[in-house]
Design a protein around this ligand. Structure first.
Ligand SMILES: [Zn+2]
Ligand SMILES: [Zn+2]
Length: 421
């Protein structure tokens, strides 16, 4: 080990000390009490650079939890979706005696594969002699072919997409499952997205298979088109009446009507490989097509019309289905970030968002920034960063070894993200 490594390790230890003190200060001034039935939850904690380092903890009440946050001050804290008689019992999970479980759906900005990822995600060559870096996702260095390491970042575009999807799912749960949204706990993850936790009495006792069925419906898996009102018979597609349909029938019809209404050559060419001539044919008959859609018919008065409707139905489903990890949402033993605690990978708060109406106003680069933003701390950049925003200020991009003095909340963010020291 050379001298610079040793001084790095010293610096890391000093940083951990510094950050834990900052977190402590936060918990001294802010009482966390947003967990329903805390005494029945299994609690997990994490350390610097590690989201979960211990599980099977429990707290008798909010005071005990807050005492722990103020004195031990873990970098991460999560609580179970499950309610248990013995939340801290070790050994097989059955011994905890599960009495019910919430359902949690998560939307991460990483899940949407948006173009912005190519602008702000950064790859760095792992070969220390090379150190070449760039933006986007590649697996091997463009210079020397070595494996690269990728750091993912977020921006307003991808976090907005996560927010829009959160809102869309809440609406879906309300209309299609008739669930009362006042039982939903909506929160920012503290980093890349949003969580919706369903605590409705009708949810917490659902069996695993009922949870999976619900999941499949949300993911639009195994939809029966005929049952939804779409049928191909005697060389003609029929469809449900848009204003009388509900559930997936309505969602597909709404999407298709909007698609036909706004179709132009670019869209039709990209999505369905239409030629210029075919587009003209289609657009000429657009009014006819829309009229017939309101009368149960997907009109095929243009070449290859039958095939187009089959493709448009499939396309609508793929566009409207939610991008949720089914494994994670059906896991009843899962633990998830506790709302209103700090995220140890960013230093941001995982804010509870009071209601779906409040989501629009929530700014994920402003509202969760609760650490000291007035005083400064000097840091050294270990991995190049893109441009990013904290509160009203834009920072970066920063290159290797840059030494900079930034507001403590910003320095902490970069240290906790693992790109500065
Ligand atoms: Zn390289
Ligand atoms: Zn983005």
């Amino acid at each position: 080990m050379d001298g610079s490594n040793i001084s790095n390790i010293n610096q890391i230890n000093q940083n951990i000390y510094f950050l834990r003190d900052l977190f402590k200060e936060y918990y001294k001034n802010n009482f966390v009490n947003s967990t329903i039935a805390i005494e029945k939850r299994e609690i997990g904690i994490g350390d610097f650079g590690k989201k979960i380092s211990a599980r099977h903890l429990s707290f008798a009440n909010d005071s005990a939890l807050n005492e722990y946050l103020r004195t031990k001050t873990p970098f991460f804290i999560s609580y179970s979706v499950g309610y248990y008689n013995y939340p801290d019992k070790r050994g097989p999970m059955e011994e905890k005696q599960l009495t019910g479980a919430d359902i949690v759906y998560e939307f991460d900005s990483d899940d949407f594969d948006l173009d912005c990822k190519n602008k702000h995600d950064i790859w760095v060559c792992k070969n220390p002699e090379c150190k070449k870096h760039g933006t986007g996702h590649i697996s091997n260095c463009t210079e020397c072919g070595s494996v690269v390491e990728i750091t993912e970042w977020t921006c307003d575009i991808c976090l907005n997409k996560a927010k829009t999807e959160t809102k869309r799912l809440i609406d879906f749960l309300e209309t299609d499952f008739n669930l009362d949204p006042s039982y939903f706990i909506i929160s920012f993850s503290g980093s890349k997205g949003y969580h919706i936790r369903l605590t409705n009495p009708s949810i917490i006792n659902l069996s695993k298979s009922a949870r999976l069925q619900m999941m499949n419906y949300i993911l639009a898996r195994d939809l029966d088109l005929k049952q939804l009102g779409f049928e191909y018979l005697n060389k003609q597609w029929s469809c449900p009446k848009p204003n009388k349909s509900n559930g997936w029938s309505k969602k597909i019809m709404d999407f298709m009507i909007d698609y036909v209404n706004t179709a132009d050559h670019t869209k039709l060419k990209n999505d369905f490989n239409f030629s210029k001539l075919k587009t003209e044919q289609f657009l000429e008959k657009k009014d006819d097509i829309l009229n017939k859609m309101h009368n149960n018919i997907l009109y095929s008065n243009f070449s290859n019309g039958q095939k187009f409707w089959q493709n448009l139905i499939d396309f609508s489903i793929s566009q409207m289905a939610f991008k949720i990890d089914p494994m994670s949402s059906s896991d009843i033993y899962k633990i998830m970030r506790m709302p209103d605690t700090l995220h140890g990978g960013t230093g941001f708060l995982s804010n509870t968002i009071e209601s779906v109406d409040k989501l629009d106003d929530f700014d994920p680069f402003f509202d969760p920034v609760v650490l000291d933003n007035k005083n400064f701390k000097k840091i050294k950049i270990l991995k190049p960063t893109p441009k990013f925003r904290i509160k009203d200020q834009t920072y970066g991009p920063y290159d290797f070894d840059e030494e900079i003095e930034l507001p403590i909340a910003v320095s902490s963010f970069l240290i906790l993200k693992g790109v500065a020291i």
